[in-house]
Design a binder for this molecule. Structure first.
Ligand SMILES: [Zn+2]
Length: 320
């Protein structure tokens, strides 16, 4: 029997690094044999390496092809109950001829639209986790961090699993475009929980229209799920700042347990208003169905129909 390494995982950052190292090892193992690897295989192989900080709850799929392939991640602070949700779709970087590609427009964009629709249903942002390959695949690619020794580059290592919001890829017109955007603007997954890489002050274009508490959120250091949400929001906000300014209105929102209400409706060039798309994922507590699931209950039908599974990410000290 293999020794169980999980008792040595103590922090969330460590857990995410372990997940990434596990993914790199699997990608390299298959690449060195000339075997094609698929994103779902890497997901199934590597995410469980983050236990007990990451708790992976895969759903058994009763009707093949009917259920969604996306995962819902909840970053949960057990001391406050606060949480941040993301709808996750995994993708991989491919080397096709001389080009690097990531296909997010599968079936003429149908898959992209379905991801956004599902994210809207759960009121959480749509996020891609992109597997950029291990050392074998990287050896074929230029590195922007240390041109002398790309395979040994620590920054490339950290980026082996990168995350980027679907909104940041809304304007890419080809798989090569999407790959360039992800390689340029994707954030290493583990950086979301790295205390040495805080989101910092987010200077948003709509800052003057915000409530006091929202301005405080964007300008002051945050912790836990709020900090993760701020990093995701910051990336989208930076992209918005490159586009033209418009007059915005504030949306009246109904209360479903979200932390921030009445957000700007500014859409920029994105598929929808970016404030609610990202920040509605920040909740005061886990929605009831997900809490029951975390406590060991059966997944409700509405989740089974739409998700491949759920990952609970414990922030702070793991509870078990
Ligand atoms: Zn590099």
């Amino acid at each position: 029997m293999k020794a169980d390494p999980s008792p040595f995982i103590e922090t969330l950052h460590e857990a995410l690094v372990t997940v990434r190292q596990s993914a790199e090892a699997e990608m390299d193992k298959l690449d060195i044999q000339g075997l094609t690897w698929h994103e779902d295989h890497i997901t199934q192989t590597c995410w469980s390496a983050g236990w007990p900080v990451l708790k992976v709850v895969p759903f058994t799929q009763p009707q093949e092809g009917v259920v969604g392939a996306d995962w819902l991640w909840w970053w949960v602070d057990d001391s406050s109950g606060e949480c941040f949700g993301m709808l996750i779709q995994a993708k991989r970087l491919k080397h096709e001829g001389s080009r690097w590609t990531v296909d997010v427009r599968y079936r003429n964009g149908e898959q992209y639209r379905a991801l956004l629709a599902a994210a809207g249903y759960f009121k959480v942002p749509a996020i891609y986790t992109v597997y950029l390959g291990g050392k074998i695949l990287r050896a074929e690619r230029d590195c922007s961090h240390s041109p002398e020794s790309p395979p040994e580059c620590v920054s490339c290592d950290r980026s082996a699993i990168s995350v980027i919001s679907a909104y940041e890829l809304s304007a890419t017109s080809s798989p090569a475009d999407s790959a360039a955007q992800i390689l340029g603007d994707g954030v290493p997954l583990e950086d979301l929980a790295d205390p040495d890489r805080p989101a910092g002050d987010v200077w948003d274009l709509n800052r003057s229209d915000l409530s006091f508490e929202l301005r405080e959120f964007l300008s002051r250091p945050q912790e836990g799920p709020k900090e993760v949400a701020k990093r995701i929001f910051g990336a989208v906000s930076r992209m918005r700042a490159l586009q033209y300014s418009v007059d915005v209105e504030v949306l009246d929102s109904t209360d479903f347990g979200q932390m921030f209400h009445d957000l700007p409706d500014d859409q920029g060039h994105f598929p929808g208003a970016y404030y609610p798309h990202i920040l509605d994922g920040l909740r005061k507590s886990l929605p009831a169905g997900f809490q029951a699931l975390r406590d060991g209950g059966e997944p409700p039908a509405e989740l089974l129909e739409r998700l491949a599974g759920v990952v609970f990410i414990t922030m702070g000290s793991p509870t078990s």
